[in-house]
Design a protein around this ligand. Structure first.
Ligand code: TRP
Length: 341
């Protein structure tokens, strides 16, 4: 049985939070453990440079943090190739060839990049590397011949771009070397969980995230700050469940659905206080996060071993990428010196 290949990755621009865990990391670990996939997980440092070129220190620090997050949630270097984008030289080469197969007009239509350019206030000063990162991301995916790309909904346009580039490449160079990838997206409601303040997006810049490496006190403090129902003042008051972040999180994290339904009922009828409810959420989160945090701290004691793991993964990823690049060079016809000594 030949296994399918899956590839995905994260930009190292900060620690990963429970939104990443629910929307993506948990699913990767399941795919890894299913035994049905050849798994590749990439720390996308090259892509992080597209909007952090002047802050290499941040990328360098985040690289080890993200690697620790991966190990802590259960990605296992024996089963998953965990590697670093910048170390795969073939990616730069393939990206350069792809650049000629896509137009500026096509890139300008990418809704995710468009939104990011606006959020970051780039305007006309958008770095060329940032504007073209979907091209480099197409190289990330296709150099490993990935059939499946588990990612957030916002990555859909990148995967579509990669499919188009594969078709253009294969048709321009009369080959079937490259494989069209498919996205695997999170089920409804798990793709994006709100921040503790109720903002639809959990993010570092909004200061509303719970991190996988947060200690117990930090988690408890964040839950206590959580947005509930501003009109639910006294315990006896009837409260709202909809838009109440504590319930949104309980729906996601509490395995006892019947108990959650019961709590909702009591909350809506009055008689359940926010403090008691939050105490329960803290317990539920601790159940999930404690083992992750303990593993995080254990792996963090040996950073050289973490770096060695990344190097081994990158070495293996390079071999796989080079096998594709040999075919790519041959297909394009730049293999001028084949057969020479
Ligand atoms: N764009 C992704 C993000 O911002 C990171 C990424 C880079 C990626 N290359 C990839 C994701 C290839 C999936 C496949 O999180």
């Amino acid at each position: 049985m030949t296994k399918e290949i899956y590839l995905t990755g994260d930009r190292p621009t900060g620690k990963l939070h429970i939104g990443h865990y629910i929307g993506s990391l948990k699913n990767r670990v399941e795919m890894q453990n299913s035994g049905n996939y050849d798994s590749f997980v990439m720390i996308a440092d090259t892509q992080a440079f597209t909007d952090n070129a002047r802050d290499p220190e941040k990328i360098r620090n985040s690289l080890t943090e993200v690697a620790l997050d991966y190990l802590a949630v259960g990605l296992d270097p024996k089963k998953t190739t965990i590697f670093v984008q910048s170390q795969i030289k073939g990616l730069f080469e393939l990206t350069e060839y792809y650049m000629n197969l896509v137009s500026v007009a096509r890139l300008q239509r990418n809704p995710t990049v468009k939104a990011e350019i606006q959020q970051k206030g780039f305007g006309e000063s958008v770095p060329v590397g940032f504007f073209t990162y979907p091209v480099s991301q197409a190289a990330d995916i296709t150099i490993f011949r990935a059939q499946k790309v588990p990612a957030g909904d916002d990555q859909e346009p990148m995967i579509e771009q990669a499919r188009e580039l594969v078709r253009s490449f294969n048709s321009a160079y009369h080959t079937d070397t490259l494989v069209e990838p498919e996205g695997v997206f999170p089920p409804n409601g798990l793709g994006r969980i709100p921040g503790i303040d109720g903002n639809a997006k959990m993010s570092k810049s909004l200061g509303n995230a719970i991190y996988l490496s947060d200690d117990e006190d930090a988690v408890a403090k964040k839950v206590k700050q959580m947005y509930t129902d501003p009109k639910h003042i006294r315990v006896e008051d009837p409260g709202h469940v909809e838009g109440n972040v504590v319930f949104t999180y309980l729906d996601i994290f509490d395995p006892d659905k019947k108990h959650v339904a019961d709590l909702k009922d009591r909350y809506m009828h009055g008689g359940l206080g926010d403090m008691k409810l939050k105490k329960h959420l803290i317990d539920v989160l601790e159940n999930e996060l404690k083992p992750i945090r303990e593993r995080w701290q254990m792996f963090a004691q040996d950073i050289p071993a973490v770096l060695q793991m990344l190097k081994n993964g990158s070495d293996h990823a390079n071999e796989v990428a080079e096998a594709t690049m040999t075919k790519v060079r041959r297909a394009i016809g730049v293999n001028y010196f084949d057969g020479l000594k």
